[in-house]
Design a protein around this ligand. Structure first.
Ligand code: BES
Ligand code: ZN
Ligand code: ZN
Length: 507
């Protein structure tokens, strides 16, 4: 992983393989952003003109590579677009810096050390640049036959990012970099898990990963295997997993702090592959379904991040792991499952499996009476239709909690939007044979799924549901710090939620 360092050296004298500078879109062309004064000086104060000549405008995400001139130790200057120049007196916002650093780091694969001469103000801006650099440098090469980045130096992620303009011994800056390193590493852990193909990542191997991390970071872990799930009456998890040769697991991974006043429960959908089951997905809809465990990956990574940060809050992660496959043992449309809560569910569509595994995990999580439960799931195609590929939906049984989550997501740079749970949609899940069906009205399908989950949340427990089906897996061209494939969506939101809970800012 990219190492982050701080330095107050001048961009002119620092030894690095490249210097990253910011360029904004001014009213009359590109403008060199603060932080790059020494670099501009080496260009005789004409860096903006040089960039304009090369066709640069300062637009967001734009990257321009220049050979450095004498007066600079580094051989290359990389100018990253910051978008519109902020109003006088305002700085660049954190997400702009995070994305710019990400675009730069992504361009700098194969480079050993880059100095980031971007506009640095407070510790937050340092954290944003650091986070963006580590996230943007991410590559997933495990399955390349040449051994990927390990053997091919040209494809190796940027090894070191030095953020200029920040005193290395300043307490706030130091803490900001440490947090950024931890959070970004854990986002990348979630990305890795999502990117591992389903022939290598199944419920059992995912649980093994959780056990290994628990050992490494001093977490308490319990794994219920298929025998324990059957015995315990986990009809949702068993019903979804029974068609697969890779049986289901329920993992509880818990971080506790001796001084914690609050306990958060995080529940993740962990379908290691979603074929749809007997209600098989058509071709074109299953190629990316290794991503259907992104919720569990986010929860797992967030718990590890919280542990590494040593936050004063208890966080219990629940990973509802199963593989949804069709077979002679698979649940059929029309079957009735007896859930862990005791409720019965008629399975009308075996492709609506996420809510079934989550239901059992939500009931189990509720038994411990946490102060709040947040579940994270690639739950519905309907949410992708509603909010697109980059924004996740936030539903909740509490208005203040939904608002808090939406605002936290916004704050950490994860686009999210509040969605309602309209009570009238509940009756569309009425079943003639069971307590409810796993499917209802097609219109507002993401909200129907949320209403289904709500049925399994313990009485009086504050709960929110994040449907990350859109942003969890990125299929088009990389942008900012977002690579192709697993994105680690929701990890940063969950970590910030834990921080806010630890600080006593919530409920
Ligand atoms: N895993 C899918 C949802 C999904 C779709 C995730 C696209 C990521 C990208 C989920 O299990 C599913 O198939 N849901 C069905 C529910 C329907 C049958 C009620 C859907 O959304 O079509
Ligand atoms: Zn499905
Ligand atoms: Zn699914």
């Amino acid at each position: 992983m990219t190492a982050l360092t701080l330095s107050t050296s001048s961009a002119a004298t620092l030894r690095a393989d490249a210097i990253v500078v910011g360029v904004a879109k001014g009213p009359k062309g590109p403008v060199v952003a603060p932080g790059a004064e020494a670099v501009d000086k080496a260009f005789d104060g004409k860096l903006a003109t040089v960039l304009e000549t090369l066709g640069a405008s300062g637009g967001e995400g734009e990257v321009t590579k220049l050979p450095a001139l004498s007066g600079l130790k580094a051989p290359v200057v990389l100018a990253v677009g910051l978008g519109d120049l902020p109003a006088k007196g305002d700085g660049f916002d954190e997400e702009t810096l995070r994305r710019a650093a990400g675009s730069a780091a992504r361009t700098l694969t194969g480079v050993k050390k880059a100095a980031f001469a971007l506009p640095v103000g407070d510790a937050e801006s340092v954290a944003a640049i650091g986070e963006g650099a580590v996230l943007g440098a991410y590559t997933f090469t495990t399955y390349r036959s040449n051994g990927g980045a390990k053997k091919d130096a040209k494809g190796a992620p940027l090894a070191e990012a030095t953020i200029l303009g920040a005193k290395p011994r300043d307490k706030a800056f130091k803490a900001a970099v440490e947090r950024a390193t931890t959070v970004a590493a854990e986002v990348n852990r979630a990305r890795d898990l999502v990117n591992i193909p389903s022939n290598d990542l199944n419920p059992k191997s995912f649980a093994t990963e959780a056990q290994a991390a628990a050992k490494e970071f001093g977490l308490k872990v319990e794994v219920l295997d298929e025998k324990a799930l059957l015995k315990g009456g986990y009809g949702g998890l068993m019903g979804v997993g029974q068609g697969s040769a890779n049986p289901p697991r329920l993992v509880r991974i818990a971080y506790t702090h001796p001084k914690a006043a609050k306990t958060l429960a995080l529940v993740g959908k962990g379908i290691t592959y979603d074929s749809g089951g007997i209600s098989l997905k058509p071709a074109g809809h299953n190629e990316t379904m290794k991503c259907d465990m992104s919720g569990a990956a986010a929860v797992f990574a967030a718990v590890v991040a919280v542990a590494k940060l040593g936050l004063e809050v208890n966080v219990t992660g629940w990973l509802a792991l199963a593989e949804n496959m069709p077979s002679g043992n698979a649940t059929r449309p029309g079957d009735v499952l007896k859930m862990y809560s005791g409720k019965t569910v008629e399975v009308l569509n075996t492709d609506a499996e996420g809510r079934l595994v989550l239901a059992d995990a939500l009931t189990r999580a509720s038994q411990e009476n946490p102060d709040a439960i947040v579940d994270v799931a690639t739950l519905t195609g309907a949410m992708v239709l509603a909010l697109g590929n980059r924004t996740f939906g936030v539903m909740a049984n509490d208005d203040a909690f939904r608002t808090a989550l939406y605002e936290i997501a916004e704050e950490v740079g994860e686009p999210a939007w509040p969605m309602p749970l309209p009570a009238d949609l509940r009756k569309s899940m009425d079943s003639p044979v069971a307590d409810l069906a796993n499917m209802g009205e097609r219109m507002g399908g993401g909200l129907v799924a949320g209403l289904f989950l709500q049925e399994f949340v313990g009485e009086g427990i504050t709960w929110a549901h994040l449907d990350i089906a859109g942003p969890a897996f990125h299929e088009s061209a990389p942008y900012g710090y977002t690579p192709k494939g697993g994105t680690g969506s929701a990890v940063r939101t969950l970590v910030r939620l834990a921080e806010r809970t630890a600080d006593g800012d919530l409920g």
